[in-house]
Write a protein that binds this ligand. Structure first.
Ligand code: MG
Length: 152
């Protein structure tokens, strides 16, 4: 899509998208486990388990990350602010689809690797809390190794 087409689509949208982007929330009724089961059923019904080796699923996910990246490619920083208020509904729908492709392959990858993804994510968040204590890193984008060096 050309920049002119993107602008035209933006102009066609109503002003609802200019709401506070922080007022956003996920649908809490959808769990990673429900997505894992749905993905497994989808693959089994098509006899695709034979193709879903961890390596193949990872490479498919990387391809989807590329498709997701394309949506941001060549847009200026001013077009990519929090909440993407300048994006058309069409572009945001497309964005959600590409994000879903990445997420679904990641969930499938975790399933095929027997990794409990929600537990791994919670553990990683705890680790990050330890790495980045607010009293040391608030307002800074430095890597945690810089805080360790400062403390020593
Ligand atoms: Mg895709």
């Amino acid at each position: 899509m050309t920049p002119e087409e993107r602008k035209r689509r933006r102009d066609d949208d109503d002003d609802d998208k200019k709401e506070d982007p922080r007022a956003f929330a996920f649908d809490a009724s959808v769990s990673l486990e429900s997505l894992r089961l749905a993905q497994a059923d989808f693959a089994t019904a098509r006899d695709w388990d034979q193709f879903h080796t961890p390596r193949n699923v990872l490479l498919a996910m990387v391809g989807e990350v590329g498709e997701l990246s394309e949506l941001f490619q060549w847009r200026g920083d001013d077009e990519c602010s929090v909440g993407l208020p300048q994006w058309s509904e069409h572009d945001k729908t497309h964005l959600g689809e590409e994000m879903a492709d990445v997420l679904l392959y990641l969930v499938r990858l975790a399933d095929q690797c027997s990794v409990d993804l929600p537990t791994a994510a919670r553990r990683k968040l705890e680790k990050n809390k330890q790495k980045y204590p607010p009293e040391l890193c608030k307002g800074s984008a430095a890597k945690y190794t810089e805080y360790q060096t400062k403390n020593e």
